[in-house]
Design a protein around this ligand. Structure first.
Ligand SMILES: [Zn+2]
Length: 377
């Protein structure tokens, strides 16, 4: 029996926590955007380039690398205060298990990873720009796509383990339930992994990750330890819904469209900055990197509502899959548990949900589950 419930109003504490998190996100964005603008308008990007050339004894490839490292270090130094505030915030609301030491170590690892990834990508980008100054943007776009697909595939085995421990799920009953769900769907997910999130957080989470032979569902231990087998099955069914509806591939396809426009616009603006603004002498002058990044940041900011709407559409599709293949009541109770455990807003304001949320609000998801149950009994 599913009884219809009216979502309880969110407590002032929950509202405040989410408001602060939102402002923190906006603050980080404004800081990054502002830095890029300042670098370009003051010409400091040129000074950094000259410093990089000095450090590299005038070698182009090494100078690109040093330039990227300096840019990343400046960004990190400016943003560190807000990141630390974010770390303290999780503790203030009793949502974190992470010690300061472990947080600092994560910061160091994140920084190194960023330098390696950005270093490789930017080197590749300016290699292409130097070799093909006319059509670089199409080739860079293709290269970017290939690397994106590769990263999505490698992330579960290469990137996530840098920050969290994973192990194959041992629970036989849950594994059997998943196999049954998969057989029902005529599909097979290769693995279900326990994600040791409790080392760092009290929040619960689950996700579908990877591509091809790394495709897997990951379930946080904070979820496995506190939810009933029926509730976990509902979560699994939702993640399987993402798999069946090929949401990861669709996400990559959408990204391909967005970055195509991004690279096209970048080429146009970079040429303009040389011919009209006389900011740079050649397109291969890597001091133009902040301008290139600025275009992508602006584009993703403008498209944020559309991309979030696309994500919410996918989430509703995965939810519907869960309604059809698992029980409704455990789905609803798992949603309510998640909301309390993660201090999520059950009923965010309409515009907040529209602009910021990649998932429909908990109240909407519960209402949809109840409506589905009502029309299918
Ligand atoms: Zn989902």
């Amino acid at each position: 029996m599913v009884t219809s419930t009216v979502a309880p109003p969110d407590s002032p504490e929950v509202r405040k926590y989410n408001r602060i998190r939102r402002w923190l996100g906006i603050g980080e964005f404004v800081l990054g955007f502002g830095l890029l603008l300042v670098l370009l308008l003051t010409g400091w990007t040129g000074s950094i380039r000259d410093t990089a050339y000095g450090l590299a004894s005038q070698g182009y490839v090494l100078a690109v690398f040093f330039y990227v490292v300096i840019l990343i270090l400046i960004t990190k130094a400016l943003g560190l205060g807000m990141e630390y505030y974010g770390f303290r915030l999780e503790h203030r609301y009793n949502l974190s298990n992470q010690r300061l030491r472990s947080w600092a170590w994560d910061e160091v690892k994140g920084l190194l990873l960023m330098i390696v990834l950005a270093g490789v990508l930017v080197e590749l980008l300016y290699f292409i720009i130097r070799q093909f100054p006319q059509h670089w943007w199409i080739l860079a776009w293709i290269g970017f796509l290939v690397i994106s697909v590769l990263l999505v595939q490698l992330a579960p085995v290469l990137l996530f383990p840098i920050f969290y421990k994973f192990e194959p799920l041992q629970n036989e009953e849950l594994k059997n339930r998943l196999v049954r769900l998969g057989e029902h769907a005529g599909t097979r997910v290769r693995g279900v992994y326990k994600w040791n999130l409790s080392e760092k957080s009290k929040k619960a989470n689950a996700a579908l990750t990877g591509l091809g032979n790394t495709r897997r569902i990951i379930l946080a231990d904070t979820l496995l330890d506190n939810y009933s087998a029926d509730e976990i099955e509902a979560v699994l069914a939702h993640e399987l819904g993402h798999h069946v509806h090929k949401h990861i591939m669709k996400g990559i396809a959408v990204e391909a469209g967005v970055t195509f426009v991004g690279f096209w616009a970048a080429n146009w603006v970079l040429q303009y900055s040389i011919d009209r603004w006389h900011l740079f002498e050649t397109i291969s002058d890597f001091a133009n990197l902040p301008l290139l990044v600025l275009i992508f940041v602006a584009l993703s900011f403008l498209l944020m509502p559309a991309l979030n709407a696309f994500s919410r559409y996918n989430e509703r599709q995965a939810d519907r899959y869960a309604f059809e293949h698992a029980a409704i009541q455990p789905f609803i109770s798992s949603m309510n548990k998640l909301a309390s455990q993660n201090m999520a807003e059950r009923t965010p304001s309409r515009w907040v949900e529209w602009w910021f949320h990649s998932h429909p609000s908990i109240s909407r998801r519960v209402t949809a589950a109840e409506a589905w149950a009502k029309s299918n009994t």
